[in-house]
Design a protein around this ligand. Structure first.
Ligand SMILES: CC(C)(COP(=O)(O)OP(=O)(O)OC[C@H]1O[C@@H](n2cnc3c(N)ncnc32)[C@H](O)[C@@H]1OP(=O)(O)O)[C@@H](O)C(=O)NCCC(=O)NCCS
Length: 218
């Protein structure tokens, strides 16, 4: 794909449009990547009806009338040592179809929704993801902002993009993401049965993910 064609990739704010297709695309993007199989298509399915879901930040990338990428956001928050709460935003799942990756589409999705976050006056976006994908967008590890997880630890993959300067300054915070992300694996298995059969296989990227999930900054 040339840069020109990436330029003709449309970003569409969507709710119902293309929903079954969107779920298939998510499944294709994540299948066997982080675990055997994946649960992101189920997550996207239940997110839509969750009170933390932010519909106006749900974007798909469309190329040649084909959905090739998707980003979804939820409400999240941080609490400081004195119990003061501040709202944050979290995205995930974010995906681009494998054959469309490394062409700038993920960047388009992040940039477009970051603009909306800024318009909303959001203080920060906090995500769980691999730094490899997000440092180039300005994300830093949560430790740099004194934003731990709910247990007071600083996960390797808990990443913060500060939108308002010094939003976290001078205080220690704990991050709380939406309960929507706690998916029931039995429900995922049943949900997945309606999709075309795909083989669950081991990939080295699963081991890398497992290591990253157990890594914390000291
Ligand atoms: C992570 C993901 C969403 C990124 O989407 P993407 O469309 O590939 O992202 P981009 O193309 O904007 O950027 C990816 C890389 O391609 C490079 N790139 C962008 N446009 C390019 C172009 N025209 N030519 C060559 N390289 C290009 C970027 O510089 C970046 O390089 P880097 O990794 O060395 O920094 C995508 O890889 C994906 O869906 N992965 C599977 C699901 C997943 O892991 N999701 C994230 C969960 S944490």
């Amino acid at each position: 794909m040339t840069a020109d064609k990436v330029g003709s990739c449309l970003l569409v704010s969507t709710d119902e449009v293309g929903r079954p297709l969107r779920l298939c695309r998510l499944r294709e993007s994540f299948w066997n990547l982080y675990v055997k199989g994946c649960d992101e298509h189920y997550l996207a399915h239940i997110l839509r009806d969750h009170s933390d879901f932010i519909p106006e930040m749900n974007y798909v990338a469309v190329y040649d009338e084909r959905i090739v990428g998707n980003i979804m956001y939820t409400k999240s928050y941080v609490i400081d040592d004195k119990g003061n709460k501040a709202d944050t935003l979290t995205f995930g799942p974010l995906c681009v179809l494998p054959e469309f990756q490394r062409k700038g589409i993920g960047t388009l999705l992040i940039n477009r929704t970051r603009e909306i976050a800024l318009q909303k006056g959001a203080g920060a976006i906090i995500i769980l993801g691999h730094p490899r994908n997000y440092c180039r967008h300005g994300f830093k590890n949560c430790k740099d902002y004194n934003v731990s997880n709910a247990e007071g630890k600083y996960p390797f993959g808990q990443l913060v993009l500060e939108l308002k300067k010094d939003f976290f300054a001078g205080r220690r915070w704990k991050f709380h993401y939406s309960s929507a992300y706690h998916v029931d694996e039995n429900l995922v298995r049943v949900f997945d049965e309606q999709f075309p059969l795909k083989e669950k296989q081991f990939r080295p990227s699963q081991e890398e993910f497992s290591i990253a999930c157990r890594a914390y900054l000291g």
